[in-house]
Design a protein. Structure first.
Length: 233
């Protein structure tokens, strides 16, 4: 993200704090697509992702005056979205519900059945999504940000509020778990996620662990959640 874009984000946030009614909406629209993608790929369900994103934006809207500027605005926004997703997953795990059979569900998390997708491919999408959902929360968040979204490890460390080594460890452990869970799939079905549709959203993914800069995510440190700072054991 270039300096002018980062300065514009900060300008909009400050304008919002000063009372500009349109500034926060403009800030959100600048980063809406990436924030939505993170929420959807973390939760794997469109309704849940929409609710989490709404919760996150309300939190950001209310907490804007407390933004200290020790991280980029985009890093701050991503952190709030990820935390909203993880909070929703924790609540869901604490109060599990019995899902309806697939045939009776209006939405399976990808906007319905993928149009014109062969049955085998659709089954693979479901299997991969379930495998990702089975990962521990911290590993899932790291993998979504690094392998699916393509954020550099350093940026993910800032978003999650952990050391870069912790991000690498979580990704390595998550990949190892996925390899076991998805070992029955043909290698090509798992190894080509950079060109095939994303298993969570049905849209093309990115090369895992993209080391290059990613527009829309800044750098810096900040105040992070205590549970996000805990090292993997």
């Amino acid at each position: 993200m270039d300096g002018r874009a980062a300065a514009k984000d900060l300008e909009l946030l400050r304008a919002h704090v000063a009372g500009d009614r349109d500034a926060f909406a403009e800030l959100f629209h600048r980063h809406r697509d990436r924030l939505w993608a993170v929420a959807l790929r973390t939760l794997g369900d469109r309704e849940e992702a929409a609710d989490a994103l709404q919760d996150a934006l309300l939190s950001a809207h209310r907490a804007a005056a407390r933004f200290r500027g020790d991280s980029a605005v985009t890093t701050w926004l991503h952190r709030i979205v990820v935390n909203a997703c993880l909070d929703r997953i924790r609540r869901r795990q604490a109060h599990p519900t019995v899902p309806l059979p697939d045939g009776n569900r209006a939405d399976d998390g990808t906007g319905g059945l993928e149009p014109a997708a062969p049955t085998a491919d659709h089954d693979t999408v479901l299997v991969v999504r379930e495998a990702l959902a089975a990962l521990p929360l911290e590993q899932r968040a790291a993998l979504v940000l690094v392998d699916v979204q393509g954020y550099p490890v350093a940026e993910v460390a800032r978003i999650l509020g952990v050391a870069e080594g912790t991000v690498k460890s979580r990704c390595a452990r998550g990949r190892a778990r996925l390899a076991v869970l998805l070992g029955h799939l043909r290698p090509a079905a798992v190894a080509t996620t950079s060109t095939r549709p994303d298993p969570i959203t049905g849209v093309p993914g990115v090369t895992p662990g993209n080391p290059g800069p990613v527009e829309g995510v800044g750098s810096g440190s900040g105040r992070y959640r205590r549970d996000a700072n805990q090292e993997d054991t």
